[in-house]
Design a protein around this ligand. Structure first.
Ligand SMILES: [Zn+2]
Ligand SMILES: [Zn+2]
Length: 283
């Protein structure tokens, strides 16, 4: 299943032959959406296994494709501009952003994590004015919440990245100009959507971006960062131990209070077993 996603994203060849590979970026995004909708019907633990394996094998390549996306076949300049921000690669990153492998990749010094965050912030800053206008005046040929949903995804991914980099939130993470351009839109959108997820995410992203290059303490985000890392508490479900944790040497995405709990989680029978989630990575 994780290989199917990789084939669809063009990250590995199809075993069914090159005619099964997708080359049109709009088709790729549409087909990915269908896959993801089907994937949502799988049990939670099954999805966790799929995302862990996908991230272990293909996350760096997915990040690189977003940073440097293939050209899109379109004669509509607006569509091309949207595509740089909203494509199959960003859609996939939104899906896996809370995987412990995502956090592991972002804390790897040689990763392109900050490059991803900068590209995302810059492209969102470039599209913000147009999207803002289109949220107020939805084009008749598109679903009504089309721009809100694109902006929700982009802001959510940006806020996850800022959270993971919260200890070093500077202009390497969100460039100065992108920060200045984005802040007014984030606060406007947060005010326009006080009761829904879009508004909540905009407010959260605004708070994080406000702190870029400044000295404000974001202790609540630091808690969240630790949560995303899946790091501060023993990985065995129901064990609250936070002392003397030792990392799983193979995947380095989880820590345990004792060897006994590591072994129990490896063969866990009340949910995903760690042996199904444990992969070595190149990062
Ligand atoms: Zn434990
Ligand atoms: Zn492991």
């Amino acid at each position: 299943m994780s290989d199917d996603f990789a084939v669809l994203l063009g990250l590995r060849p199809s075993t069914m032959g090159p005619e099964r590979e997708v080359h049109d970026e709009a088709v790729r995004l549409r087909r990915l959406r269908t896959y993801l909708a089907r994937n949502r019907l799988e049990p939670e633990e099954q999805r966790e296994i799929i995302w862990s394996r996908f991230c272990a094998l293909y996350l760096p390549a997915t990040v690189d494709r977003f940073i440097d996306p293939p050209t899109v076949a379109s004669d509509d300049p607006e569509q091309i501009a949207d595509y740089n921000l909203h494509n199959a690669y960003s859609e996939m990153l939104v899906q896996v952003q809370h995987s412990p492998y995502f956090a592991k990749y972002m804390r790897t010094k040689s990763s392109n994590g900050k490059k991803l965050s900068r590209a995302l912030a810059q492209r969102l800053a470039q599209r913000a004015a147009t999207w803002d206008h289109r949220m107020a005046h939805p084009p008749p040929n598109l679903p009504e919440n089309y721009h809100v949903s694109m902006a929700t995804n982009a802001c959510q991914l940006l806020s996850t990245l800022c959270t993971l980099f919260v200890k070093q939130l500077n202009h390497d993470v969100v460039p100065h100009e992108a920060r200045e351009a984005l802040m007014p839109y984030l606060i406007t959108w947060a005010r326009q959507h006080p009761d829904d997820i879009f508004g909540t995410i905009c407010l959260r992203t605004w708070r994080l971006i406000l702190a870029v290059g400044g000295s404000s303490t974001l202790s609540d985000f630091d808690m969240l960062r630790k949560d995303y890392k899946n790091w501060e508490v023993c990985g065995l479900p129901f064990c609250d131990s936070k002392t003397d944790l030792k990392v799983c040497a193979r995947c380095q995405t989880v820590r345990y209070c004792s060897q006994e709990h590591q072994v129990r989680h490896w063969k866990w029978d009340l949910g995903a077993q760690h042996r199904q989630l444990c992969f070595t990575t190149q990062y």
